[in-house]
Design a protein around this ligand. Structure first.
Ligand code: 3PG
Length: 307
């Protein structure tokens, strides 16, 4: 049984050691393809694989067709918008994620980005504090609720909106639940995005939603770039010179943001929310365990595609 770890953005070495231990203890072989730069490398590497562990790596029908023995794809992380789920289903390939395993890392980065923004990107000028500010958490999954927990420690006033999570579940955490995304953005000076990229959410963070944010607003995006309507965000930031945007996912129009919004825009060079040793260990080892459990016991817990 061959298990391939295919990560354009590699795990910390300590996580690879942990993955190897799990896979080899089960009697399987671990193959590594890290920091690859061409799809052809991935097409070649998957040829003999029975299972693959990936991160944000794109797995489309062509990759699946190159992997004749592939039975399982585990996305070591939360979002699986990088995998063609229908193509997997039609080829009888099971797709899983490892929900929650990297949530703390992403949430810590979101708070770090808030501090970076309110302190004027550490340029030495007088900023403001997070304490007492209204924070809107858009979607209350594993990351959103961890952001809420940490933000409480900063003394922020927390508001949440989630189209799917029951109100009572959120209220149990002592947050203020609002009934619509419109309400959330109207109320909160800082909004942290934690929605997945789906056909419904793509481009949904748009001009009409953002324009009503209070004075000196900050949008923090550690979710996906696709959820932002970039053209409309640029228009809004041109009009509202008090608006700041900070993200760990480089926008498609990055150079335009860089040129136009000096001192109001920041993006990390690579998506780095989940880029910690701890998150790599948690998500990587969970993925390895899920693979062993799938092959040894037929366990499909965490399956995300249809059968
Ligand atoms: C996720 O969906 O789990 C996060 O966005 C992290 O993605 P990454 O594994 O590419 O860092």
């Amino acid at each position: 049984m061959k298990v391939l770890v295919a990560t354009e953005k590699p795990f910390a070495k300590i996580a690879i050691d942990g993955i190897r231990k799990e896979i080899e203890a089960a009697g399987y072989e671990l193959v590594l393809l890290e920091k690859y730069t061409n799809k052809s490398e991935l097409l070649n590497a998957v040829k003999e694989s029975n299972a693959i562990i990936i991160r944000s790596d794109i797995i489309d029908a062509e990759i699946m067709d190159s992997a004749k023995n592939l039975q399982l794809i585990v996305r070591a992380g939360a979002g699986y918008d990088n995998i063609d789920l229908d193509a997997a289903t039609s080829r009888n390939i099971c797709v899983m994620n490892t929900p929650g395993q990297n949530a703390n890392a992403v949430a810590e980065l979101a708070l770090g980005m808030m501090i970076y923004a309110v302190r004027n990107f550490y340029n030495g000028t007088s900023g403001i504090e997070l304490k007492g500010k209204k924070l809107g958490i858009h979607a209350y999954g594993n990351v959103g609720r961890t952001v809420a927990r940490i933000a409480k420690g900063f003394g922020m006033e927390i508001y949440t909106y989630d189209a799917f999570c029951p109100k009572e579940v959120m209220e149990q955490d002592g947050v203020n639940v609002v009934d619509s995304a419109e309400d959330l953005y109207k109320k909160c000076q800082i909004v942290s995005l934690h929605i997945p990229a789906t056909p419904e959410t793509k481009n949904s963070i748009n001009y009409s939603l953002l324009k009503n944010m209070p004075l000196n607003p900050i949008l923090v995006n550690t979710a996906r770039k696709e959820v932002i309507n970039e053209v409309e965000l640029i228009k809004l930031m041109e009009e509202r010179t008090d608006f700041k945007y900070i993200t760990d996912i480089i926008p498609t129009n990055n150079s335009e943001f860089v040129e136009k919004f000096v001192g109001r825009y920041f993006s990390t060079p690579k998506k780095m929310g989940a880029q910690t040793a701890e998150a790599n260990i948690n998500a990587g080892i969970a993925a390895a365990k899920q693979i062993v459990n799938f092959f040894k016991n037929g366990c499909e817990k965490f399956r995300v595609n249809k059968k």
